[in-house]
Design a protein around this ligand. Sequence first.
Ligand code: AMP
Length: 219
Amino acid sequence: MRIVLLGPPGAGKGTQARRLSESTGMKHLSTGDMLRGEVTSGTKLGLLAKGFMDRGDLVPDSHIIAMIQQHIDDPAGVLLDGFPRTVVQARALDTALEKSGTPVDQILHMSVEVDELVRRLSGRALCGDCQTPYNLESDPPSKTGICDRCGGPVAVRNDDKPEAVANRMKVYQELTAPVLDYYRSHGNVAEIVATGSPDEVFEKLSQAIRSGKSGVMAN
Ligand code: AMP
């Protein structure tokens, strides 16, 4: 199975992709996590990507496509989180998967109202080691700044600061919303209203994957 999770920043793609990966055994591929790993390791790609990421801009397509290419053939199946983010990336994914004869099976579009997205992002923090997400207001780690899961450092991402968040929303509208139109024209998009508790959203996503269908899963 090849499943793409699409949705604006703050929709909960990372949280849900991690849970779905645990429940289905599929590999969770997050281009954001991969890039943060490159930044932490100080690689050439990480040095190049950091400026784009801190501003909330997209890292150029050619680097992203080269980075993800070797991972998309995982025999366990893949859950793509944060990729594709442009129509160029979506086309490159289709071309790569056509070669291996395993096209994208399903697109899960997670939609959340803009006010709710801004509210969620304003308190968001992340473990720098294992990427576990927290919300400093509603779901903080039990010891300030320390991850409950791995003991790593928990901090607000540079791109979750207000100016970068505003830019990420704009970039999403301009460059990523057209990816949704691209997939809708192929007819395999399941619409998930991603408000409610993380458990409720997880249930809707799991149900959509089990049924394998496109359409609206609002309730
Ligand atoms: P995320 O963790 O998915 O929100 O990604 C964090 C940042 O990494 C984004 O704001 C971009 O700067 C960069 N990034 C992640 N995925 C992509 C992608 N598919 N294309 C371009 N840039 C990306």
